[in-house]
Design a protein around this ligand. Structure first.
Ligand SMILES: [Zn+2]
Length: 126
């Protein structure tokens, strides 16, 4: 049921490049976040002795949950990018996983990890 995507070799190469760049950016973001989490963790344990009177306590908790959020978003994005790169490897990239029709190149440029064509995305969302 898999049909060919509408992509030319050049477009496919361009999109694969986008995905790889995004993968690299996600990777360094995730390393940066892991480092910040480590810093917050040690700042927190330094201040546990007098937690109630520590004005930094709530700020650190807030920063901690913010970083956890970024970390899980980044992890999800890495998964989506890896799945897209796998579709590139399997020659199924740019083909809607739901209806098997080609996904438009404009949509893929805006959202290189898209696995649904615009019509299916609307159906699923709506
Ligand atoms: Zn579709």
């Amino acid at each position: 049921m898999v049909t060919d995507s509408d992509l030319t070799e050049t477009e496919l190469a361009e999109l694969e490049e986008l995905l790889r760049a995004r993968r690299a950016a996600d990777q360094s973001e995730s390393e940066r976040v892991a480092e910040s989490l480590g810093q917050v963790l040690s700042a927190r344990s330094d201040s546990t002795a007098d937690d109630e009177h520590d004005p930094e306590g709530p700020t650190l908790s807030h920063e901690w949950s913010r970083l956890q959020g970024v970390r899980s978003e980044t992890a999800d994005d890495i998964k989506a990018v890896d799945a897209a790169l796998e579709r590139v490897a399997n020659d199924t990239y740019g083909v809607c996983v739901r209806c098997g029709r080609p996904i438009g190149v404009d949509r893929l440029r805006a959202r290189p990890t898209a696995e649904l064509c615009i019509a299916c995305a609307r159906t699923v969302d709506g």
